[in-house]
Design a binder for this molecule. Structure first.
Ligand SMILES: NC(=O)c1ccc[n+]([C@@H]2O[C@H](COP(=O)([O-])OP(=O)(O)OC[C@H]3O[C@@H](n4cnc5c(N)ncnc54)[C@H](O)[C@@H]3O)[C@@H](O)[C@H]2O)c1
Length: 54
């Protein structure tokens, strides 16, 4: 499935994105980074799925 996670760099969003990536779905994260520190969540996701990200 193709999944879009709005707020996907947030606490809940990055865990939802992780769940779907783990289950081999395509995930697009949309986030305006309005909450400080959320880029770190995105870094965490990218490191976990480095080999599969475009
Ligand atoms: N380690 C922890 O225990 C921990 C860490 C983070 C958060 N929390 C708690 O968990 C709660 C739930 O987390 P959450 O995921 O709902 O909140 P969050 O703030 O972590 O995530 C919301 C995300 O939505 C993004 N966002 C906000 N407005 C947007 C918009 N208009 N367009 C696009 N993106 C937008 C923000 O940049 C952020 O990345 C938080 O309120 C906090 O109390 C706990």
């Amino acid at each position: 499935m193709n999944i879009v996670v709005i707020g996907g760099a947030g606490f809940i969003g990055c865990n939802i994105a992780d769940y779907y990536l783990k289950n081999r779905h395509n995930v697009t994260v949309f986030d305006n980074f309005s909450r400080k520190g959320t880029l770190q969540n995105l870094d965490w996701l990218l490191k976990r799925y480095k080999e599969t990200s475009p």
